[in-house]
Write a protein that binds this ligand. Structure first.
Ligand SMILES: [Ca+2]
Ligand SMILES: [Ca+2]
Ligand SMILES: [Ca+2]
Length: 139
């Protein structure tokens, strides 16, 4: 799932760099990112990336513009009611179903307390430079 990895990799360094960004992701303001906050962050990242006109819906045209070479599985996997659009609810549900956030949490959570703090986020990013490289190349 390169997209989701890339999206998350884009968010985590922002968390480290900017206290404001971290606060935005840290929905309950306990200075830790929990599994559900990570899942919400991924969904937010998907919308920030694809919803060009910011109307809260990702259309097929918006997706295609960002991913001209894509085979359509991005839309197919998430479009639960098959109407050709992705709503916030559909994207969030998909993020929750995937094991990806679980995997990131278990890798990044070095002290095993079930959440990621800013320091753990930075270490995880340092351990995954190839993900950041992909971000820079825009894929
Ligand atoms: Ca839109
Ligand atoms: Ca839909
Ligand atoms: Ca932790």
């Amino acid at each position: 799932m390169p997209l989701t990895v890339a999206v998350l990799a884009g968010l985590l360094p922002a968390c480290v760099r900017e206290e404001k960004a971290f606060t935005e992701l840290d929905l309950n303001h306990d200075h830790r990112l929990s599994l559900s906050e990570l899942q919400d962050a991924v969904a937010t990242g998907v919308f920030n990336t694809y919803d060009a006109d910011r109307d809260g819906v990702i259309t097929k045209a918006e997706w295609r513009k960002k991913d001209p070479a894509g085979d359509g599985s991005f839309m197919r996997q998430r479009d639960l009611n098959r109407d050709g659009h992705l709503t916030r609810g559909e994207v969030s549900l998909y993020a929750r179903r995937q094991g990806f956030c679980h995997d990131v949490l278990s890798q990044a959570d070095r002290n095993g307390n079930g959440t990621i703090d800013a320091r753990e986020a930075k270490i995880w990013i340092d351990d995954h430079p190839e993900v950041l490289e992909r971000m820079k190349l825009g894929n």
